[in-house]
Design a protein around this ligand. Structure first.
Ligand SMILES: Cc1cc2nc3c(=O)[nH]c(=O)nc-3n(C[C@H](O)[C@H](O)[C@H](O)COP(=O)(O)O)c2cc1C
Length: 184
């Protein structure tokens, strides 16, 4: 059995699940909850798909439509939290991030990899969240110019593992991800 006191191994486990989420659409980390602060200062949370998890840079990426309210929220407050629960491993992963909204030429390579059937997710008319007269009174044209990558630079990771004895640790970018055990 591995050493339960090994902070680096605990962090590695968290990253493994994030990478699984990118690679496997059935993995729990594929669909994190992504939370922002609205321009009115209210919390907002929604499901997103995890598109990239880079441990060396400490970054995760999400794709979105720039017309969605979450992008307006990030325009007024660039911080977002991501939450994942991995039931099979009893592991909660929480990320605090600073988000850059990438569009235009910077996201061409990412756009090229978006399957044709998925491209309609970027360009809904009227804009997402607009009241409509009846249930299907909207259109979904492909709008390359509406595609954005949310480049989320992680500043803080909080891991909780539920076991016979629970384990909780936080890892800070500012501390080179050294890690600190916390009371769960
Ligand atoms: C399983 C699932 C995956 C989703 N993936 C994304 C995604 O990757 N990006 C995205 O912008 N919205 C995604 N959505 C839709 C969002 O949850 C949300 O409804 C939409 O983006 C509008 O959010 P907002 O009004 O908070 O900006 C997904 C929804 C579900 C149910």
């Amino acid at each position: 059995m591995s050493d339960p006191n090994d902070l680096a191994a605990f962090l590695e486990e968290g990253w493994q699940y994030l990478r699984h989420g990118v690679a496997d659409s059935r993995a729990p980390a594929r669909y994190p909850t992504f939370a922002t602060i609205s321009p009115r200062g209210l919390p907002e949370a929604r499901t997103v798909a995890l598109r990239h998890a880079g441990q060396v840079a400490g970054v995760v990426e999400v794709h979105t439509d720039i017309a969605t309210p979450k992008v307006a929220a990030l325009g007024s407050n660039p911080h977002a939290a991501l939450h994942v629960w991995v039931p099979r491993s009893n592991l909660q992963i929480r990320l605090t991030t600073h988000v850059t909204i990438q569009t235009g030429d910077a996201v061409q390579a990412a756009w090229d990899k978006v399957p044709a059937a998925s491209r309609v997710s970027y360009g809904t008319v009227p804009d997402p969240g607009t009241p409509i007269s009846e249930v299907y009174a909207y259109d979904k044209p492909v709008r390359r110019d509406r595609f954005a990558v949310l480049y989320c630079v992680i500043t803080h990771i909080d891991l909780v593992h539920l076991g016979a004895r629970h384990r909780r640790a936080e890892f800070l970018r500012s501390d080179a991800w050294k890690g600190q055990w916390l009371a769960p």
